[in-house]
Design a protein around this ligand. Structure first.
Ligand code: PHE
Length: 465
């Protein structure tokens, strides 16, 4: 095709669909399938979902347009973009690259656990069903042995897949892979949705998800939804800036943002409509966090006809979702190292993957060391994640991501200016009819909302999990 970049030119997405799927691939991840259903359940079902959708439309989409536009205007990685526009803001790019690097550390570990579960459901599901919690503790986290599989072998396999895609470049690797993986992901989602909602007793879960009890809405739910939206849309760490830098000038960034946000939200909703009705139908106690996807769901698959088969499908879905997000996380750092530090692409990829793998291993190891003796083996039911893993997640999801998103919006709203941004969007005949409301949102509403999350999360200690 003629729209391949000439040799020496900067990489570009070959097609509009390719870009939308790659960006949606970044957005759709563990956040949608692993975190969202549990949050929707705890946040009161329909009320949480409605609030989340409003936040995505008003706040998430606004911030995404800002980040994509900075990338496309500069045609640079997250750090390079600020070097060109306003060098004093380079730290925002640096913060993003660092955050992405750290998130990729634990993402790879969880991606590895997912692969381990695919294998387990394929070859010996009875072992998972026998005692789902023990299986997770011993086989994955290594409570009673060195966690060679859970912390090393499977995560290595996972990161090897990510590296393989990244070394093939933006169009030949990332775009091509997402064009296959994203349709596959949707297909798996639909299969699981069909299975879940037709289970006898699933209607109670459906009713819960469609119930609008507005008294369930409070500050903490609102803040949790806000934090979830930023994380789920991959905002605040320059990933969308980097992906935006590969977008052609003829592309309509406003429309593309609408597509990406819709796909991401749709997947989160479908995931909730898979998980919650199944949990209600099988009478399993929904746990929190890691235990939800890895421990509680074992009870669901055990009680469901053809459960192990659907178990394999579910974890394959989670694998694709995690992989396409991990790819974007690695690309963020690789783009920085190749463009700013002049490293060859393959070397940058392998070095970054190796570095973050070392941090990530500590994530799994810390679960064993602190958690098991402290919480799980004492028989307490609250499966929380203290220690290093918790610290990492807190640092990235609740602090650095919102801080990054805030910085992008303040930068675009007050330093670079919405006028410049709109001029960047409106090229080659593209119109952005929402330019005025967008400028108000990016200047005032979004920064104010983020300051509230940060403040509430840190000072008031509201739980934003
Ligand atoms: N959006 C991803 C998810 O929902 C997480 C992610 C954050 C990926 C930031 C890339 C960058 O799981």
């Amino acid at each position: 095709m003629s729209n391949k970049p000439a040799k020496g030119d900067r990489a570009q997405w070959a097609s509009s669909l390719g870009f939308i799927l790659a960006a949606a691939g970044s957005a759709v991840g563990l956040g949608n399938i692993w975190k969202f259903p549990g949050k929707a359940y705890e946040g009161g079902g329909g009320v949480y979902i409605l609030t989340y959708i409003l936040i995505v439309i008003l706040i998430g989409a606004t911030a995404m347009i800002a980040e994509l536009t900075v990338g496309r205007a500069t045609q640079k990685n997250a750090v390079g973009a600020f070097r060109v526009l306003a060098p004093r803001w380079k730290w925002v790019g640096g913060l993003g690259v660092f955050t992405g690097f750290v998130i990729l550390g634990y993402y790879t570990q969880v991606g590895g656990w997912v692969l381990q579960y695919i294998t387990a459901y394929l070859v010996r599901p009875e072992e998972v069903y026998g005692d789902p919690q023990r299986f997770f503790l011993n086989q994955v986290l290594g409570a009673d042995r060195f966690p060679l599989a859970g912390a090393f072998l499977f995560p290595l396999l996972f990161i090897a897949c990510v590296v393989l895609v990244i070394v093939h470049g933006v169009e030949g690797g990332i775009e091509r892979f997402n064009k296959l993986a994203m349709p596959a992901l949707f297909l798996l989602l639909l299969v699981l949705l069909g299975r879940s909602v037709t289970l006898p007793g699933a209607d109670a879960g459906l009713r819960y998800l469609l119930s609008f009890d507005f008294s369930a809405l409070n500050g903490s739910v609102l803040l949790s939804a806000l934090g979830q939206a930023f994380y789920s849309l991959s905002l605040g760490m320059g990933i969308m800036c980097t992906y935006g830098s590969y977008v052609k000038r003829t592309e309509n960034l406003g429309k593309n943002t609408a597509m990406i946000c819709s796909l991401d939200t749709l997947v989160a909703l479908i995931a909730a409509f898979i998980v919650i009705p199944a949990v209600f139908a099988t009478g399993v106690e929904p746990g929190k966090g890691a235990s939800f996807a890895f421990v509680s769901l074992a009870g669901v698959f055990e009680r469901m006809p053809l459960g192990s088969f659907f178990g394999v499908i579910f974890y394959t879905l989670l694998f694709f979702a995690a992989l396409t997000s991990a790819i974007s996380l690695l690309e963020g750092t690789v783009a920085y190292l190749t463009e700013e530090k002049g490293l060859p692409r393959t070397r940058a990829t392998v070095l970054t993957a190796a570095g973050m793998f070392c941090i990530g291993v500590l994530y799994t190891l810390s679960q064993v060391h602190f958690n098991i003796r402290g919480v799980w083996l004492d028989g307490a039911s609250g499966l929380s994640f203290p220690a290093f893993g918790d610290f990492l997640e807190y640092l990235t999801d609740r602090l650095m991501t919102p801080l990054g998103a805030l910085a992008y919006c303040v930068f675009v709203g007050w330093v670079w200016g919405p006028k410049q941004a709109v001029a960047e969007i409106e090229q080659e005949g593209v119109r952005f009819p929402l330019a005025k409301p967008w400028a108000v949102l990016v200047k005032y509403v979004v920064p104010a909302a983020i300051v509230v999350i940060l403040f509430a999360g840190m000072v008031m200690g509201l739980t934003l999990s």
